[in-house]
Design a protein around this ligand. Structure first.
Ligand code: ZN
Length: 263
């Protein structure tokens, strides 16, 4: 099964190449200066990334593509209808899987304990490509579980699941990058995609901002469901982070953070 052979290699290639490319870009042309030295943050984010990926692999032992293979002939799948043209199945799968990511993200903002978990991601006081790895392991596993349920229900084409994995990984790195994209290019990009400027707003310490721009890849869900925020009010200074979590704490403290009692 060539898709499965390529899955891990392709995913890691996309993550490493996009990380290096965006890291070099933001080093050469940063959007905003960082407020603290990056070394501690970067090592914390790398450890969190490894913890989340390790926990997910250990608990689930099931990748989206492997699940898609096993449900390809499911009689209950929404998309694997023989009368549906492949192109329709493919496009619908790409859109619906991204929609699942959008609502998963909204769920992590909406429910109290899920927000405490997702708050770890938002607690970064700076915003650069390393923020793409700053996720609590419980968020990585929770989002993965919901994504697997979506694949189970949709029975999407393997090629669509493969493509969705790659563009999701690519966009996760891209939107967290501290890059200055020329205005005309950025305007074209944001007609289709979530851009770093749009997602940076989502990371604002102002709660009115971080309840906006939930999209993972496509910007259309935010536009459709009324959560799109194109920019901040003139004169307002954008500060990343959240109020409840100290910005510079280590990995173990971040993992324990959702369980910490607050006065
Ligand atoms: Zn968020």
């Amino acid at each position: 099964m060539p898709w499965m052979e390529f899955e891990v290699t392709a995913l890691w290639t996309v993550i490493v190449v996009s990380f290096l490319a965006m890291g070099m870009w933001e080093g050469a042309r940063p959007r905003q200066p960082l407020s603290m030295a990056p070394e501690r943050r970067w090592s914390t984010h790398l450890l969190l990334f490894m913890l989340g990926g390790g926990a997910q692999a250990l608990v689930f032992r099931l990748s989206p593509l492997v699940l898609a293979v096993s449900v390809a002939a499911s009689p209950w799948g929404l998309l694997n209808r023989p009368w549906l043209p492949f192109a329709v199945q493919f496009v619908a799968a790409i859109l619906l899987l991204d929609l699942v990511r959008y609502f998963t993200h909204r769920l992590f903002h909406r429910i109290g304990f899920l927000w405490r978990i997702h708050e770890v991601h938002h607690s970064d006081a700076d915003y650069d490509v390393s923020t793409a790895g700053r996720f609590h392991p419980l968020e990585v596993m929770g989002a993965h579980a919901l994504y697997l349920v979506a694949i189970l229900l949709l029975a999407p084409p393997l090629a669509a699941v493969f493509f969705a994995e790659l563009h999701t990984a690519l966009l996760n790195v891209f939107v967290h990058s501290n890059v200055a994209i020329p205005g005309a290019v950025e305007r074209i990009l944001r007609s289709v995609l979530i851009t770093p400027d749009l997602h940076r707003l989502h990371h604002s310490a102002n709660p009115m901002h971080h309840r906006r721009n939930f999209g993972q890849t496509f910007v259309w869900w935010d536009r459709l469901f009324g959560t799109y925020l194109p920019g901040k009010p003139a004169g307002e200074v954008l500060v990343a982070g959240v109020r409840g979590v100290p910005p510079e704490i280590g990995v173990l403290a971040l993992v324990a953070e959702p369980f910490r009692r607050r006065s």
